[in-house]
Design a protein around this ligand. Sequence first.
Ligand SMILES: C[S@@+](CC[C@H](N)C(=O)[O-])C[C@H]1O[C@@H](n2cnc3c(N)ncnc32)[C@H](O)[C@@H]1O
Length: 240
Amino acid sequence: MGPDLSARAVDARELMDEPDADERMLGLTYDRFRLVNALVSRPGGVYRRDIRARARRGRIRILDVGAGGGDLCRDLARRLRRDGLAADITALDADERAIRWAAAHDDGAGIGYRCALADELVGEGAQFDVVLSNHVLHHLSAAELSQLLHDTRTLVGESGVVVHHDIARAGAAYALFRAATAPFARTVLAGTFIREDGLISIRRSYTREELAAAAPEGWSVRARAPFRLELRWEPGDARP
Ligand SMILES: C[S@@+](CC[C@H](N)C(=O)[O-])C[C@H]1O[C@@H](n2cnc3c(N)ncnc32)[C@H](O)[C@@H]1O
């Protein structure tokens, strides 16, 4: 039997968030995020929906908040290059260990790396056309979530788009993740925090209704397969 998922496990802490987390395991975890994201986050969707058409109008500025190992940024850089489009991509993370690892694995993608919270960028008057995050919302306290939504909304001014993606908490998501990762626990996921933290992440995540209740007016929440939530802000005239 799985854990009780009727409420968010806000007190459960992910191992990778611990300041003394093993650096080798952390590095391997950032590396393997690429596989997990290719399977569950599927950045092609956000690229086609929110980035490609904007980039066709000219060079765009993209910010990935809580970029971790930076694989989402590298994936987007690859897609833009393939389509002959140009962007300045910034990978932002509050954890210096993540930014250090991501910068060391840029692989020629040409991404800018920054260790900071989004409010620092707001203070500097920075602006972006597209602000994204993936698997970050569930890490935050209620006050941090509210600050992040305020900051990311401010960073796109009146014409950009903000798209936060995360897991949707559900018993089936937990059971599926546990079963699907079990065969890989001693191979591709060995020496990483992915299996244990993934299960904690699902317990910490929001349901669609909870996220909609936590978000201020002007934001919309959509459920996407498989067990995903998209929280977005876009200018009034671009809303469906
Ligand atoms: C589970 S990882 C996800 C990494 C990456 N987005 C991905 O999908 O692979 C969450 C990341 O968010 C970062 N993070 C958590 N709270 C943050 C905040 N308030 N501002 C910036 N980064 C944050 C953590 O340091 C961590 O690297």
